[in-house]
Design a protein around this ligand. Structure first.
Ligand code: RFL
Ligand code: PHB
Length: 394
């Protein structure tokens, strides 16, 4: 078996793994990224689109802001269009002085690959059977197979950045890990369309269900509708999607939606999931490997970024002065932010969707929740603060 050595072995080449590798490199720390899929597969995946203020600031601070600032679309907040009620705006600018940015995860992933390539970073794609070993010892290692050959990487630390279905969390004994889970009785059907987007990021509540208008660039729109769990993409030809989407937004909004062919269409179930702790010996989990939030708050990618902020700080402290203070509090610190995002994502999901078999009482609670939001500057400030993203802890 061919053996190499690095300081940090990173499992998963999504945004969490690539960003960690990039930040460590800037601090003079070596890493190797092991990705199960091909690079083209990773780059073609369409996912998140909205960045919190802290994510924007971090990407700029680590030299990844240029294209984002050129091509991204800054927003002062997001709108909620509620059937039969005046339009509401989550005004992050007014209440926090901060903006969000519409900039696709696909573009961030491209930027990260470009930065790692330019720095000569090692990213091994199509790595099969990746497995961390001996993570509770001082000499952990990771094995994998590539093109029929077995490989071993000796390292100081292992970062599990391999998403919800990865091997890292699964390698932690069930007796150590506590998991919390909630699934929702619906999914999101999303399309990408090469059409001019609706100008605002707009969340719609309708008696027909939730809908969301978002964007990637001036000629690329992203739209979602709440769908049944058993819905299939084949049941939703473009015409049916547009008709349903427009029926869920107010008339003045529907008139402005520019329809066209979809170039991607997919269905994602909604789920909340948190695994604790986010550390097992020398294995650290970051991003979707440790937690999933429903996309309603646009928090998933942003949480992956804040985990990487905390984890990179801990690793940098260790390699600079041998101290493990930040590594030792990584799980607690990261989880405080994870739970905050889990809660606001759950809250927005409950507020904005129709639930099957809901009682009239529960509907009244939802209407009243929204009325209170519209009437109270305190409620608006609280939502704006959470939507724009809580600050990273010092
Ligand atoms: P990823 O992106 O899943 O990357 C994990 C990588 O690990 C690889 N992998 C393995 N590699 C080696 N060995 C194994 N055994 C492996 N198993 C897996 C995978 O191939 C993959 O490349 O996790 P990461 O890096 O933690 O990033 C998390 C984000 O991708 C995710 O949270 C967001 O996309 C969630 N999300 C959103 N987040 C936001 O912040 N704002 C949004 O607007 C937003 N919208 C969304 C979303 C997610 C969505 N879907 C599809 C669930 C909208 C949708 C529809
Ligand atoms: C997206 O643009 O893909 C998007 C925007 C806001 C969300 C979720 C997804 O809450």
């Amino acid at each position: 078996m061919a053996t190499t050595r690095t300081q940090v072995a990173i499992i998963g080449g999504g945004p969490a793994g690539l960003l960690l590798s990039h930040i460590l490199h800037r601090a003079g720390i070596e890493s190797i990224v092991l990705e199960r899929q091909s690079r083209s597969y990773v780059l073609e995946r369409i996912r998140a689109g909205v960045l919190e203020a802290g994510t924007i600031a971090l990407l700029r601070a680590v030299g990844l802001g240029d294209r984002m600032d050129r091509e991204g679309h800054p927003h002062d907040g997001a709108a909620i269009a509620w059937e039969g009620r005046p339009r509401f705006f989550i005004d992050t600018m007014k209440y926090t002085g901060k903006q969000m940015m519409a900039y696709g995860q696909t573009a961030i992933t491209e930027d990260l690959y470009a930065a790692r390539d330019a720095a000569g970073g090692t990213i091994i794609d199509q790595a099969a059977n990746v497995q961390p070993h001996d993570v509770i010892s001082d000499r952990p290692f990771v094995t994998y197979e590539k093109e029929g050959l077995s490989h071993r990487i000796d390292c100081d630390y292992v970062a599990g950045c391999d998403g919800f279905h990865g091997v890292s969390r699964a390698s932690i004994p069930a007796t150590v890990l506590k998991t919390y889970e909630k699934s929702y009785p619906f999914g999101w059907l999303g399309i990408m369309s090469p059409t001019p987007p609706y100008p605002d990021l707009c969340y719609c509540y309708s008696s027909r269900g939730f809908a969301l208008a978002s964007m990637r660039n001036p000629m690329l729109s992203r739209y979602y509708i709440q769908c049944d769990l058993d819905a299939e993409v084949e049941d939703w030809p473009d015409e049916r999607f547009w008709e349903e989407f427009k029926s869920r937004c107010p008339e003045d909004m529907a008139e402005k939606i520019v329809t066209g062919p979809s170039i991607e269409k997919s269905i994602a179930p909604l789920r909340s999931f948190v695994a604790e702790p986010m550390r097992y010996g020398r294995l650290f989990l970051a991003g979707d490997a440790a937690h999933i939030v429903p996309p309603t708050g646009a928090k998933g990618l942003n949480l992956a970024v804040s985990d990487v902020f905390y984890l990179s700080r801990g690793l940098i402290e260790f390699y600079r002065n041998g101290k493990t203070l930040y590594l030792d509090c990584y799980s607690d610190m990261a989880l405080r932010r994870v739970w905050a995002s889990a809660r606001i994502s759950w809250w927005l999901t409950m507020l904005l969707h129709r639930f099957p078999n809901e009682t009239p009482f529960e509907q009244q609670m939802r209407f009243n929740q929204f009325d209170y939001l519209q009437a109270s500057a305190h409620a608006q400030a609280s939502l704006a603060e959470q939507y724009v993203g809580l600050p990273f802890e010092a």
